[in-house]
Design a binder for this molecule. Structure first.
Ligand code: MG
Length: 159
């Protein structure tokens, strides 16, 4: 059985994952309107992945005898300037999510809930990948220039 405090914290994270999902979907629409269909596709996949994270957390809560909630999701920003600025925003957002997950692990440790800590390590590892892939795209965009942007668009479309 999961503690009330941890259940609340995981439900808050489910809300955060769904917010991230909407953020990336909104970015996907933004890039699609610019004709960058490959990047838009990459972001749509990213959005779906965040939705899956929320569902995995909900499944875990239910398995532990808890109650998973779909709470109110705040509106996400619209419009990000250049493509580089958009991907820099993603990198910063993923660093923020990493901190949220770390905080969740800390609460699970406080509550002496080993099963939840074990479950969360998967997300700790996932965040290493998320930060890396966003940073890699930012680096490539800086190197690429305008012509390279189209090449990178095609490459990200293969996700
Ligand atoms: Mg996530």
């Amino acid at each position: 059985m999961i503690s009330d405090k941890l259940q609340q914290a995981i439900n808050d994270q489910i809300t955060a994952e769904l917010w991230s999902s909407n953020l990336y979907l909104s970015m996907s629409f933004y890039l699609k309107a610019k004709g960058l269909n490959g990047m838009a596709h990459w972001l749509k996949k990213q959005s779906e992945e965040e939705n899956e994270h929320a569902c995995e957390m909900a499944d875990f809560l239910i398995k532990r005898g808890g109650i998973a909630k779909v709470d109110k999701i705040d509106v996400v920003p619209q419009g990000w300037g250049t493509v580089v600025e958009l991907f820099e925003h993603i990198y910063k957002h993923e660093c923020h999510v990493s901190k949220l997950i770390d905080n969740l692990v800390a609460i699970a440790a406080e509550e002496k809930d080993n099963a939840t800590q074990d479950f969360l390590w998967g997300f700790v590892r996932e965040q290493v990948e998320e930060e890396e892939s966003a940073q890699e795209i930012v680096d490539k965009l800086h190197l690429a220039g305008d012509a390279g942007l189209l090449f990178l668009d095609e490459k990200l479309g293969q996700r």
